[in-house]
Design a protein around this ligand. Structure first.
Ligand code: AMP
Length: 184
């Protein structure tokens, strides 16, 4: 069973209120299922919506922040635990160590960086954790096209592309992640 999920998501709220709404739903759902949320630790953007909703629903929430960002005073003060690390690299390492699976909500460079590092490690067989993209209102459709483009052009194996769980439905994502963990 999944016990800890790392969620990568925007430090902004994005242009569609549905992004925020889905971030809140995810936070609440993790708490209801007794799954610890591991996230970037900030009280900004979707990260704030996600973590606030999980805390409100009684969930355990762990933030992992590099000192550079923490010292700016944007760390969430209401978390179960805040881990301050020295570098961005160390943060990704800690988040990876703390989770059994990864979900990415819509976001920008930071979200993609974190998510693709986890996919690259999975592709190399360094870990076997499920990685999912919550495709809110088709936000990740252009990325799905890009992945197909990479397959077509011989840079990505279909089997590696298919490692990613991509769905607009949170329940489907959580079910597929559970199945993945049971099979591995
Ligand atoms: P972005 O998608 O570029 O907004 O970056 C968001 C992702 O990168 C989050 O999952 C965080 O882990 C990290 N990140 C970027 N900006 C911040 C910030 N101000 N505070 C905390 N984490 C951040």
């Amino acid at each position: 069973m999944i016990k800890n999920i790392a969620v990568f998501c925007g430090s902004s709220r994005g242009a569609d209120p549905e992004y925020s709404s889905q971030a809140k739903k995810l936070g609440q759902k993790l708490a209801q299922r007794n799954i610890t949320l591991v996230f970037g630790g900030s009280k900004v953007g979707l990260m704030e919506d996600l973590s606030d909703s999980s805390i409100r629903a009684g969930g355990k929430v762990i933030g992992v922040m590099p000192r550079l960002l923490y010292d700016k005073g944007i760390g969430h003060e209401g978390l179960s635990e805040m881990i301050v690390v020295e570098t961005m690299h160390e943060r990704k390492l800690r988040m990876n160590e703390l989770c059994d699976g990864i979900i990415a909500l819509p976001g920008g460079f930071g979200t993609l960086d974190e998510c693709f590092e986890m996919i690259t490690l999975a592709q190399l067989g360094i870990h076997n954790k499920p990685i999912a993209l919550l495709n809110v209102r088709g936000f990740y459709d252009p990325l799905v096209q890009m992945l197909q483009h990479m397959v077509t052009h011989g840079f990505l194996k279909p089997a590696h592309r298919d490692m990613l769980i991509i769905s607009p439905c949170l329940d489907e994502i959580l079910q597929k992640m559970e199945n993945h963990i049971e099979l591995s």
